[in-house]
Design a protein around this ligand. Structure first.
Ligand SMILES: [Zn+2]
Length: 393
C-alpha cells in the first residue's frame, strides 16, 4: 500500500503520542470522526495499525485505542558504503526484525550497487512497505545517481537503477548516511519538528552533519553543513579523498594524531584498534574505533595533542552553528561516554558561538551505533511513513 498524506497525518499522531482512540485522533487532528474511522480502517486492513484492548469511557461505548502494529509489516534498510553493503529489516515501531546481512565488495562502484541490489532481493517480500537507502555523499534522486562522495570518488556519477529495479513498486527513500542518522534521532526522540536541528556525527576520520528544517532533511549544497568534514584548515594533513589537504575529518583522525606526535611514538598497542574500527559494518560496533577515540576516552586536561585536535573540531562545529543558527545541536558520538572529552568539546564549541546563540541553542548528546548501518537506513523509510518531506527528495 502507498500511504496517503491524510493517513500519514494520523500515523504521525500515533508515533508521537502512542496509542490513541479514534475520538482522540479526531480531537488531535481536527479530522472529522467519520473520516478518521475510514482512514483507521484502511490502516488496520493493511496491517499498519492494530486495535488494542478497549478501555472504559465515561458513558457510551468503550474506547478502543489504536497503535502502530509492530507485527505485520516492516521496512527494509539498505546501506552502501565504500567496500561494503548491508541490508536489514525493521518493524514499524523501529525494532530490528531478523539478522542484518552484510557483504564486503571489492571493485568498481557499479559492483557495489549491484551487490546492494542483490542483498535487497534477498530481503524483499510481501510484508515490506518501503525501502530506505543510505549512501554517503550527494545523489540525485531524479536521475537516480550518486554524484559525489566516497563512493563516487574520482569516478563519473554512479547509477542506482539496479536498486530501483529490485524495489519495483515499493517506495524508496534515498538519502546520505547523515540524513539516515537524523531520521533515526528525530523519530526515536519524538523531537518537536518545529525546531531546526543540526546533527553532527563525530567519528575517527569521519565527520558528517545533517540539517532538519521543520522535520525535513535539508539537502543542502556541496559546500555547506553537509560537508562539515571537508571544511579546510591550514593543517598539514594527509590528502583527503576530496582531493584537498587540511580537511577537518583528516584532522580529527588517528593518522593526524600520530603525525603530530611523531610517527606513532608512545601510542603502543592501542594502534591495533584502527583497522578494526574502519571495517566496522552493519551491526557490531567495536568498543573504540581507533587510537584517537581511545585516547579521547581517557582524556585528561593538559593533553596538548588532543586539545589541538578538539579545538579544530570545536571551531568547525561552532562555525556551522553560527552559520545555520539551529534551535538544537545534536552531537552523535561514542565520545559521549567520556565526560572529560565531552565537556572539553562542548565548552569549546560554546566559547566560539555567537553570544546570542549561546543560551538559545540546545545541546543534545547521543551515543548511537555507527551511522552507515542498514538498520539506520531503515529509519529513512520510517521517516517517509510518519513524516512529510522524506519521499521524492
Ligand atoms: Zn576533504
Amino acid at each position: 500500500m502507498r500511504v496517503t498524506r491524510e493517513q500519514r497525518f494520523l500515523l504521525q499522531q500515533l508515533w508521537q503520542h502512542g496509542a490513541q482512540s479514534r475520538s482522540d485522533l479526531h480531537e488531535l487532528t481536527g479530522v472529522g470522526p467519520n473520516r478518521v474511522g475510514a482512514l483507521a480502517s484502511a490502516l488496520i486492513e493493511h496491517g499498519v495499525v492494530r486495535a488494542c484492548e478497549a478501555r472504559p469511557s465515561g458513558g457510551g461505548r468503550p474506547r478502543v485505542p489504536l497503535e502502530i502494529d509492530p507485527g505485520q509489516r516492516h521496512m527494509i534498510g539498505l546501506t552502501i558504503w565504500p567496500g561494503a553493503v548491508g541490508v536489514a529489516r525493521i518493524n514499524l515501531q523501529g525494532h530490528l526484525v531478523g539478522k542484518p546481512l552484510a557483504r564486503f565488495v571489492s571493485g568498481s562502484p557499479a559492483r557495489l550497487v549491484k551487490a546492494a541490489a542483490g542483498l535487497l532481493g534477498k530481503r524483499i517480500g510481501p510484508g515490506a512497505m518501503g525501502i530506505g537507502v543510505s549512501v554517503p555523499g550527494f545523489h540525485d534522486s531524479k536521475s537516480r545517481r550518486v554524484l559525489s562522495g566516497p563512493i563516487a570518488s574520482g569516478q563519473a556519477a554512479v547509477g542506482l537503477s539496479p536498486i530501483y529495479e529490485v524495489a519495483g513498486e515499493l517506495p524508496v527513500v534515498i538519502e546520505n548516511d547523515m540524513h539516515a542518522l537524523a531520521a533515526r534521532w528525530q523519530l526515536t526522540h519524538r523531537a518537536d519538528t518545529e525546531h531546526d536541528v543540526l546533527l553532527v556525527n563525530i567519528g575517527d576520520g569521519a565527520l558528517g552533519a545533517a540539517v532538519l528544517i521543520g522535520g525535513r532533511p535539508n539537502r543542502g549544497c556541496v559546500s555547506s553543513a553537509n560537508e562539515l568534514g571537508h571544511m579546510r584548515y591550514f593543517a598539514d594533513t594527509e590528502r583527503c579523498y576530496c582531493g584537498q589537504a587540511g580537511c577537518l575529518e583528516r584532522i580529527f583522525s588517528s593518522e593526524y594524531l600520530r603525525q603530530i606526535e611523531g610517527a606513532g611514538a608512545s601510542l603502543g598497542a592501542a594502534g591495533r584498534g584502527t583497522e578494526e574500527g574502519s571495517r566496522s559494518m552493519s551491526g557490531v560496533r567495536p568498543s573504540v574505533s581507533g587510537v584517537l577515540m581511545e585516547r579521547l576516552m581517557a582524556y585528561r586536561v593538559g593533553d596538548e595533542s588532543l586539545e589541538a585536535i578538539v579545538d579544530y573540531l570545536s571551531n568547525g562545529i561552532a562555525n556551522v552553528v553560527n552559520f545555520i543558527r539551529p534551535h538544537r545541536l545534536v552531537l552523535v558520538s561514542e565520545l559521549i561516554r567520556s565526560p572529560g572529552a565531552c565537556d572539553r568539546l562542548t565548552q569549546s564549541i560554546r566559547s566560539l558561538m555567537l553570544g546570542e546563540l549561546v543560551d538559545r541553542v540546545r545541546f543534545d548528546l547521543w551515543d548511537q551505533p555507527v551511522a552507515h548501518q542498514a538498520e539506520t537506513a531503515g529509519w529513512l523509510a520510517l521517516a517517509g511513513l510518519y513524516c512529510d518531506g522524506w519521499y521524492g527528495g
